[in-house]
Ligand binder design. Structure first.
Ligand SMILES: *Cc1c(COP(=O)(O)O)cnc(C)c1O
Length: 390
């Protein structure tokens, strides 16, 4: 286990690295912007040999992430996608079968369709909101159940504990969860029984749209070492400067998440009552079909939602363009409120019937609620409604 003191996560994200730089006593952990490290005598280092293997600044961020995950260690990667890629390269081989949530980040689906499938990894997308349907899809070769909950962009929830219990009754199935939307502070997937927690740290961990990054954490030391080894082979470690920036971001994660949850709830309630809104997907709303499950497994409902207008696709696109404060840009989880159109962005290569079946319609708008005043955000949404519907 790690030797970090027994503080709450909100303290640990600020103080997980108390090894001050000795020359000046600078309060911030330094950026070790270096490719390599001097050998004291041939083959003798201080544990750092080459930055593709490990770097002190990356390690500092890993300690902060481990603190919120509740693990002894964590691994950081160049992007969320490189974390998922390293996970698959490290723990799968040709002939293995993977089950994935049917509503999932577009990049994850593309990794399987365009890359891993070519390497002989079999996979199926399944409705992981149903434990029964998921269990039926298991094959003797199934080695990984990869969940995303809440899922992008419909916020569909999968029951991590029930699915983990079910998967672990079968032999040799690891359960991994993409926890990007909530982070362990709002949903601790490892406590819920999953084997591996994955995040795109680009989103809430950084929080300021400054870096790309990803993380993996598991209680299984052998898998941690295997993934660390594969990360070194394929070169997917995060760059020191990016780790340093994310290390500043994670210090305010607890404070930001509390505000994201609060603002999102206000906006979801306002949208739900709006005459021009057909449907709001926000797990915090009582009307959300899986509200009870979300309330049970999550410690908060997060800052992400999606909604459909009572409008045509064209009007929907005009509505997005009419927004002035809410910014149309990919990504999520930052201080800025971001709006996207999943059908033409993250899920553009999914066939139309498939998208419609999963609720990712041409009229669906995704909103990542930021830290601006909810009053100003609501005023912006209202002026866009007026611009489209008069
Ligand atoms: C953004 C995102 C990813 C990919 O992360 P990158 O840092 O962009 O590579 C994976 N999963 C989810 C849910 C995401 O939102």
């Amino acid at each position: 286990m790690s030797d970090r003191p027994d503080f709450d996560p909100s303290t640990l994200v600020i103080h997980s690295n108390r090894s001050y730089e000795k020359q000046s006593n600078s309060i911030l952990f330094p950026i070790h912007q270096t490719a390599t490290y001097i050998h004291e005598s041939v083959g003798v280092t201080k544990g750092y040999g080459y930055t593709r293997g490990a770097n002190p600044t990356v390690n500092a961020l890993e300690q902060a992430i481990a603190a919120v995950e509740g693990t002894a260690s964590a691994l950081c990667f160049r992007s969320g996608m490189s974390a998922i890629t390293t996970l698959c390269f490290g723990l799968l081989k040709a002939g293995d079968h993977v089950l994935l949530s049917d509503v999932i980040y577009g990049g994850t689906a593309r990794l399987f369709h365009q890359v891993l499938g070519h390497f002989g990894v079999a996979y199926d997308f399944v409705d992981t909101a149903s434990v029964e349907a998921t269990e039926k899809a298991i094959r003797p070769e199934t080695r990984l159940l990869f969940l995303e909950t809440p899922a992008n962009p419909t916020l569909k929830i999968s029951d991590v504990r029930a699915l983990s219990d079910m998967a672990h009754r079968h032999e040799n199935i690891l359960v991994a969860v993409d926890n990007t939307f909530l982070t362990p502070l709002l949903q601790n997937c490892l406590e819920l029984g999953a084997d591996i927690s994955m995040m795109s740290t680009t989103k809430y961990i950084d929080g300021h749209n400054a870096t790309l990054g990803g993380s993996l954490a598991t209680h299984d030391e052998a898998n941690t070492e295997r993934l660390r080894f594969v990360r070194k082979i394929i070169g997917s470690i995060q760059a020191p400067f990016d780790s340093w920036l994310a290390l500043q971001g994670i210090k305010t994660l607890p404070a930001r998440l509390a505000m994201h949850c609060n603002h999102a709830m206000q906006i979801a309630e306002w949208l739900e009552k709006h005459a021009h809104v057909a449907r709001v997907n926000y797990p915090g709303l009582e009307s959300f079909p899986q509200h009870a499950l979300a309330a049970k497994q999550q410690k908060g409902f997060g800052g992400m939602m999606s909604f459909e207008l009572k409008a045509t696709t064209e009007q929907t696109l005009h509505f997005i363009e009419a927004l002035k404060l809410c910014t149309c840009a990919e990504s999520l989880g930052s201080v800025e409120t971001l709006v996207t159109h999943p059908a033409t962005a993250s899920h553009c290569d999914m066939p139309l019937e498939e998208r419609d079946r999963l609720g990712i319609t041409d009229r669906l708008i995704r909103l990542s609620v930021g830290l601006e005043s909810p009053k100003d955000l609501i005023a912006d949404l209202e002026q866009a409604f007026k611009a489209i519907f008069g």
